[in-house]
Design a protein around this ligand. Structure first.
Ligand SMILES: C[S@@+](CC[C@H](N)C(=O)[O-])C[C@H]1O[C@@H](n2cnc3c(N)ncnc32)[C@H](O)[C@@H]1O
Length: 325
């Protein structure tokens, strides 16, 4: 009935350490795979589920129709996380969860050209109210810009050749389908350089999708906003699917563990830096072999989790008092 198998469910539940009265924000609700497990564990609390795609959101609403008192669906982009929480909850929350990227629904059912193996219109928008589609990117952007996107968001070393062939091919006729684009990419990469385990178009499709949906640019702020909205003692758990996302998660988490950055010989702190979180996953967690075998889409997932620190007594007093204390 549901196209998407939630990834690393047991690890997510254990990292989030859900309590019966928790308020949980699922920032990437999808079909509600993870949230269905959250709902089972929450008796007196509730889940706020954010999803930018109205089609998949409807599926989650239908799935959770019996839980209407414990489930608040919101169609929005998690780039607006702070105002979404403010408007719908009005106070700090216990748990924040992100499962980044797209759902199996998008690849298998949406018919929006996310998959290179299905002949579909090259749309690639998660939010259908946005104006820029994958078709616009490949038919309108100049070669330099296309190569930049394919390199920056796909880390594809043949970005220049791929961009060049896209521009050449679209002069014959517009590129409108996923399969035509996949074929152009395949031809642009010398056969001996085709990757072993993935389709040669994988990285370029990922790059165009990320660009169309602005997936990377919004992530850092959303993570910082999410952590700001957590209660002391609250937890944030993030699953990412490629190194670009994971690097951002890692760097935001690290930055918020730093605390005071004043030189050691300063008698008092003048920077005001505080440790905001404690990282609970020193190294990212990965799906185990059994999960990868039963759900191959999980193979590139990695999970990081952090705990918001309790308010420290010393944080509440003025800097002058701190010297005395
Ligand atoms: C990997 S899927 C989540 C799957 C879900 N955890 C489950 O188990 O069913 C990611 C979902 O987040 C949504 N999404 C991605 N970026 C978003 C954003 N910036 N704001 C809101 N939703 C977003 C996608 O449309 C997609 O449905």
């Amino acid at each position: 009935m549901f196209a998407h198998n939630p990834v690393m469910v047991e690890k997510v539940l254990s990292c989030l350490s859900i309590k019966s009265n928790d308020i949980i924000v699922d920032c990437t609700l999808g079909e509600g795979g993870h949230s269905s497990h959250f709902l089972r564990n929450v008796k007196d609390g509730y889940i706020l589920g954010i999803e930018q795609d109205s089609v998949i959101l409807k599926k989650a609403i239908q799935r959770f129709r019996e839980f209407h008192q414990k489930f608040i669906p919101v169609r929005d982009n998690f780039s607006n996380l702070k105002s979404i929480i403010q408007d719908n909850i009005g106070k700090k929350v216990d748990k924040i969860f992100f499962d980044l990227g797209i759902s199996m629904f998008h690849i298998k059912e949406s018919k929006r050209g996310f998959s290179f193996s299905r002949e579909e219109p090259l749309d690639m928008r998660l939010d259908q109210s946005k104006s820029l589609s994958g078709m616009d990117v490949v038919n309108r952007f100049d070669k330099k810009k296309l190569a930049e996107i394919i390199w920056a968001y796909g880390e594809e070393k043949f970005s220049n050749r791929i961009a060049g062939l896209i521009v050449q091919e679209r002069e014959k006729n517009r590129i409108t389908t996923s399969t035509r684009l996949a074929d152009i990419i395949r031809r642009a990469i010398p056969r001996k350089h085709w990757p072993k385990n993935i389709h040669p178009a994988t990285k370029t499709f990922q790059a165009i999708r990320i660009f169309v949906n602005d997936e990377i640019e919004i992530l850092e702020k959303a993570l910082r906003d999410g952590i700001e909205c957590l209660k002391p003692g609250g937890r944030i758990c993030v699953i990412s699917f490629h190194s670009l996302e994971d690097r951002i998660v890692k760097s935001v988490f690290r930055d918020l563990t730093k605390g005071c950055t004043c030189p050691p010989d300063f008698p008092v702190c003048v920077c005001g830096g505080k440790k905001i979180i404690k990282i609970l996953t020193k190294k990212p967690l990965f799906p185990d072999e059994v999960e990868i075998n039963t759900n191959p889409a999980s193979r590139s997932a990695r999970l990081r989790c952090a705990n918001k620190l309790e308010v420290n007594f010393l944080d509440k007093v003025s800097p002058d008092m701190r010297v005395i204390a």
